[in-house]
Design a protein around this ligand. Sequence first.
Ligand SMILES: Nc1ncnc2c1ncn2[C@@H]1O[C@H](COP(=O)(O)OP(=O)(O)OP(=O)(O)O)[C@@H](O)[C@H]1O
Length: 299
Amino acid sequence: MTPLRIQNVSKTYGDFRSVDDVSLMVNQGERVALLGQNGAGKTTLMRMILGLTKPSGGKLEVLGGGAGSRAARAQIGFLPESVAFHGALTGREQLRHFARLKSVSTKQADDLLERVGLYEAADRKIRTYSKGMRQRVGLAQALLGTPKLALLDEPTSGLDPISRHEFYDIVEELSQAGTAILLSSHALTELETRTDRIAIMNKGKLLADSSLRDLRDSARLPIRVDIFTIAHEADRVAAEIGGERINGRSVTLTCQQEDKLKLVSRISAFGPIIEDVEMTPASLEDLYRHYSLSAQEAS
Ligand SMILES: Nc1ncnc2c1ncn2[C@@H]1O[C@H](COP(=O)(O)OP(=O)(O)OP(=O)(O)O)[C@@H](O)[C@H]1O
């Protein structure tokens, strides 16, 4: 069973298409990042998956049933963009309360608090928590009952770099346990190595849906190559290979993926005058800009 199958789903408000003919699947254990500018339709899509709002068209299959069905709700973990808790409760009380609602043991609630790094603060009132700590309670809440599908809307906003790293470790564990994960984020750099597939939305439409490698292949954005030479040799290298001499010791140029290996062997042929070579492929941020701008030009 595919945990999430979205087929030609649309959502309209009057004449406005918030989500426009989107098809997307998330398989068991897959981590899919959903990207898009403000207003692209990401939250609307998540709300439809949760059964909180009905699609105007298309078909949504969530954990083998309809969106919002009892079976689907019992097996979905959801972390909303902004998490609101009862400030007068402690982290432990709040999570145990959610656990009871989901018929999950209090032991799992306590274990999850520890897993998200709130062991020490568990018995303090949530109103004394920082934004990042609240976000961690939200994450723990989303993981109660070991969901088969996790929807995480901007899960790392408010988290510091170390906490973000820890967050993605948890996401990886979840996916290894078979949970399908759909997460939306504006923090592109952190997604590059931490997700299996990237889905890009723009003005309600899905512009791209593939691995970072495939996105790079089809965008054909150039690779940046920086060549570092011993003193006074950059001119000679630039004259033969091309590119721009940055100073006496370095040359910068770009190449396409298919020319990369040929270029490496031409650079190696210079022998010991080359000190180092750095190759930087298009970042997710470059790709995101490329796909969004292409869509704007086409419309
Ligand atoms: N109930 C509603 N009535 C009318 N328009 C709505 C409604 N809900 C969402 N929209 C519109 O649909 C579009 C998509 O909104 P949505 O919240 O899904 O975007 P998003 O991609 O999640 O944005 P962000 O990154 O800012 O959270 C926006 O233009 C929004 O104004």
